[in-house]
Design a protein around this ligand. Structure first.
Ligand code: IMP
Length: 204
């Protein structure tokens, strides 16, 4: 899933990473993970087109390019999806649209007679610098779709997703730090952070 990147040598390197998102929950997840690597996260509001595509990686790369073009800054973006086995991977890359239209209850309704509750979340983080190509980092968490919504923390499909490695609670019943132990986004962010801490021996 990782792609080759062209990181310009003369671009000022620093331990700040600009996250293009309007979602405070995603920002806090990123802030907490990246701070483990002594990287400060800045939340940036920039226009970034989200294309429709079957591949999260393509969507994330396109948004990253667009956000760099519109901001002139090195940035990272994330694109995620919930893939439900009994629904042949639906909503997958269309998770945002499905969330806006029918929400988590719509997924539960579609799953009413399904005994196979397996699902996974996937995130692709795309980092891009001006005049560079995006570099991507992938994270995935396996779990199940529960029978009813539980919990009021987090966002999106958190109330219906129970990670396999957890203790039976949904993501919406976990604090940000607990969710970060298991989550797709945290895994992708850790891969990004390890790479970002090392590249170009960032010095400030
Ligand atoms: P996005 O591409 O990151 O915006 O994610 C697509 C959709 O999936 C969003 O509308 C969110 O509601 C949902 N989503 C993304 N990440 C998560 C997560 O960590 N938990 C629950 N829902 C998520």
């Amino acid at each position: 899933m990782e792609t080759k990147t062209k990181v310009s040598k003369d671009f000022p390197k620093g331990k700040v990473a600009y996250f293009v998102t309007t979602n405070i929950h995603k920002f806090l997840e990123a802030h907490n993970v990246l701070s483990e690597y002594k990287i400060a996260t800045a939340k940036l509001k920039v226009e970034a087109t989200e294309i429709q595509d079957d591949s999260l990686e393509n969507i994330a790369k396109f948004s990253a390019h667009d956000a760099v073009k519109n901001s002139g800054l090195p940035i990272f973006v994330g694109d995620a999806g919930l893939f439900v086995e009994a629904l042949n991977g639906f909503p997958g890359p269309y998770s945002a649209f499905v969330y806006r239209t029918v929400g988590p209850q719509g997924i539960l309704d579609l799953m009413q007679n399904k005994t196979n509750r397996n699902a996974y979340f996937q995130t692709v983080i795309a980092y891009c610098e001006p005049n560079g190509e995006p570099k991507t980092f992938c994270g995935k968490v396996e779990g199940t779709i529960c029978m009813e919504q539980k919990g009021d923390l987090g966002f999106g499909y958190d109330p219906i997703f129970v990670p396999n490695r957890g203790d039976g609670r949904t993501f919406a019943q976990m604090s940000t730090d607990e969710k970060n132990v298991y989550s797709h986004r945290a895994e992708a962010l850790r891969k990004f952070a390890e790479w970002y801490s090392g590249v170009g021996k960032r010095i400030f």
